[in-house]
Write a new protein. Structure first.
Ligand code: PHE
Length: 522
């Protein structure tokens, strides 16, 4: 119990010693209402007092209302100026009474205090009663105003404001005493033996007091947002791709995506290369990875059924297809026509996007081509200048839809539906360039919470140069898109510096106290 509350408790008991009942607003106008309530509850739980609660309104003057009490109403000032002058040209009124001129002249005429005489004003009466000033004075003195119509009128004119006040009527309870008697908090063996427990004054339980805060685990905001994204994808029938490989070969990260070996994205300043080991073997079947794929495939089978018995994946043919499509052109494309280097292709990188994983998954789909919807949410790495909104690693959300004769319009329609669930409507698409998609579109959305347009993703229709080497049929169109988890999370939790969200400077209190996420409510 705080000293303040003990003090208020005693003051209440003192007051009841001299008065049968009282109103807290008149007896203790300066003590905050929550302190009074705490003290009253403490006493009421011991039946020492009884109280009832009244909600009421207290009126007070706005600065304009106070000016009227001190100087008179606008109409009074106008009448006073005209009366003193005997006759006042209307054009001189502004310099005579300032801001009061406009409202004041109208009201003074309506009250028949002044009248027009050509282009001038003359007084119509010799003395006036400034009712507005008198009524506002009354508000100042009593914090109230009887006439409800006047009250509404003054509120509308912003001369008075009402604040809600809670007061309590307090009276003695059956166990009233001048002081809280000493209370016993523990029942001891001695008390039982001596029989003292029968008459002891036990402290009552406070069933309303809050328990001590517990230390418990909490999900990181990025994880909460990730869960939201996963739920949206699952609700739409998407299947999660296994994405455990942070280290990839250039083959999957770039070449399989028709990114030429001279592309600037492959430069050291954009991509992290592994030094030991620096290169990998050529792609081949990996039983552990295939087992993860089997789990994923089981999901698709459930939704779409299998159409063909599974054949072992042919990595050799795929490798040769990639070489051909880059070096000489193939599948109806003239290719890039440069000497394609196997060594460059086998260099190990920290994956720069989860699209590396997507081509690996699509290679598996090519064994048994059929409509499929995949997604993944996992970490990617870019050798970027680190600043308030960028780190060298972030989490990418990736969605992929494979469907015969899928159109660009279908993809755009899907994105509109998808982003609507994040509270982002009115999408705009801007033509962009990715080596692996054509057409490619940056996605912009109007964010309701932020009230502005923001870039929220990249998308496109995968090129035949990427899909046909995989062995996918020509009519199976594949649409893909990607965005970061960090961006919507920073928006959602109003974090402006990424270091407050990720890394060693993150405050645990921020993690523990954050609300559950609902992306559509901002
Ligand atoms: N890989 C792209 C990126 O990193 C996202 C994307 C995925 C674009 C699939 C098109 C298709 O921004």
């Amino acid at each position: 119990l705080q000293d303040g509350t003990r003090d208020v408790t005693q003051q209440i008991l003192d007051r009841l010693d001299s008065k049968a009942s009282f109103l807290t607003s008149t007896e203790f106008p300066d003590i905050p209402q929550n302190e009074i309530k705490a003290a009253l509850d403490r006493l009421a739980s011991r039946a020492m007092v009884q109280y009832t609660t009244q909600d009421s309104e207290r009126l007070s003057l706005t600065p304009e209302g106070s000016t009227i009490v001190n100087e008179g109403s606008h109409e009074y000032k106008v009448w006073d100026a005209v009366h003193k002058a005997g006759k006042l040209e209307m054009k001189d009124l502004l310099s005579a009474v300032g801001d009061s001129a406009k409202v004041g002249q109208g009201n003074a005429m309506k009250n028949k205090w002044i009248k027009k005489d050509g282009s001038a004003l003359v007084p119509a009466v010799d003395s006036v009663e400034d009712a507005t000033r008198i009524q506002l004075q009354q508000v100042q003195d009593t914090q109230a105003l009887k006439d409800p119509k006047l009250q509404a009128d003054y509120k509308k004119r912003k001369l008075i404001v009402a604040t809600k006040v809670i007061t309590y009527t307090v009276e003695k309870g059956p166990k009233y005493a001048k002081e809280i008697p000493v209370e016993v908090t523990d029942l001891t063996a001695d008390m039982l033996a001596s029989g003292e427990w029968k008459t002891a004054n036990f402290k009552p339980y406070n069933f309303k007091s809050l328990g001590a805060t517990q230390n418990a685990g909490a999900l990181h905001p990025l994880n909460k947002v990730r869960k939201e994204f996963r739920d949206i994808f699952f609700n739409l029938g998407f299947i999660e791709m296994p994405t455990s490989r942070y280290v990839e070969t250039g083959f999957w990260n770039f070449d399989s995506l028709y990114v030429p070996q001279q592309h600037p994205a492959r430069d050291l300043q954009d991509t992290f290369y592994i030094s030991d080991p620096a290169v990998a073997d050529k792609p081949r079947a990996d039983p552990e990875a295939e087992a993860q794929m089997d789990i994923m495939e089981a999901g698709i089978n459930k939704l779409h059924g299998t159409t063909k018995p599974k054949e072992p994946r042919d990595y050799e043919a795929y490798w040769e297809n990639i070489r051909k499509v880059h070096e000489n052109g193939a599948f109806g494309s003239i290719g890039y026509r440069y000497p394609w280097s196997e060594k460059e292709c086998l260099r190990l990188v920290l994956r720069t996007h989860t699209t590396a994983n997507t081509s690996w998954v699509l290679h598996r789909l090519a064994q048994d081509p059929r409509p499929a919807k995949y997604f993944s949410i996992d970490r990617v790495f870019r050798n970027e200048t680190v600043d308030a909104t960028h780190l060298a690693e972030f989490h990418q959300v990736e969605g992929v839809i494979a469907e015969p004769n899928l159109t660009l319009g279908d993809g755009m329609g899907f994105l509109e539906y998808f982003y609507a669930q994040l509270g982002i409507g009115n999408l705009r698409f801007k033509p962009a360039y990715n080596p692996y998609t054509e057409p490619s579109m940056e996605i912009f959305g109007y964010h309701i919470g932020l009230k502005k347009w923001i870039e929220i993703g990249n998308s496109g229709v995968f090129r035949p140069e990427m899909l046909e080497p995989l062995g996918l049929p020509k009519d199976l169109r594949v649409f893909g898109f990607g965005l970061s988890v960090e961006r919507p999370t920073m928006i959602k939790y109003k974090v402006d510096n990424i270091r407050d969200l990720v890394g060693h400077k993150v405050s645990l209190d921020f993690i523990e106290s954050n609300a559950a996420v609902r992306l559509d409510k901002n």
